[in-house]
Design a protein. Structure first.
Length: 153
């Protein structure tokens, strides 16, 4: 049980208090700082009950437990007071720069026989036919052309 006790130095405590009271901050990070301040047992302080902290801050008890464990694991408050950096994007983009170039060149070229101009669906079908992408929707083509200020009209 001794490893789960949080003892902050005076410098860490003032840094957390300053973090909570100044500037515009992410609410989750401010709550993490307040949780650490409530769990601090340095200089004869007694840590509040986890349920009381959770109720006062409007978070779940599990959030209090996770914050305490993260702080103990990290060992410093700097790691706790910043958001986690994402290693990869949530979804890899279907359209890369090379595919974009192919689509733009196709849209700027002549329309197929029997058509007066390119439509979004025609472009999407042609991209699949030419194997630029395994699957691409007409809305993806629309966003790409809008981003590059191209119009099919």
């Amino acid at each position: 049980m001794g490893t789960n006790i949080i003892r902050l130095t005076a410098k860490e405590r003032t840094e957390l208090e300053k973090f909570c009271t100044t500037g515009v901050r992410n609410v989750r990070l401010v709550n993490r700082a307040r949780i650490l301040l409530s769990l601090d047992t340095s200089k004869g302080r007694t840590a509040e009950q986890q349920e009381a902290i959770a109720k006062r801050l409007g978070v779940s008890r599990q959030t209090v437990v996770n914050t305490r464990n993260d702080f103990i694991k990290a060992g410093n408050i700097a790691a706790i007071l910043q958001r986690k950096k994402r290693e990869t994007p949530p979804v890899t983009p279907k359209v890369t720069g090379e595919i974009e170039a192919h689509i733009i060149a196709l849209a700027c070229g002549e329309a197929p026989k029997g058509y007066a101009r390119w439509t979004l669906r025609l472009l999407a079908d042609k991209c699949i036919e030419l194997r630029y992408s395994g699957k691409i929707s007409h809305m993806t083509i629309s966003r790409l052309l809008k981003k590059t200020n191209l119009s099919l009209i």
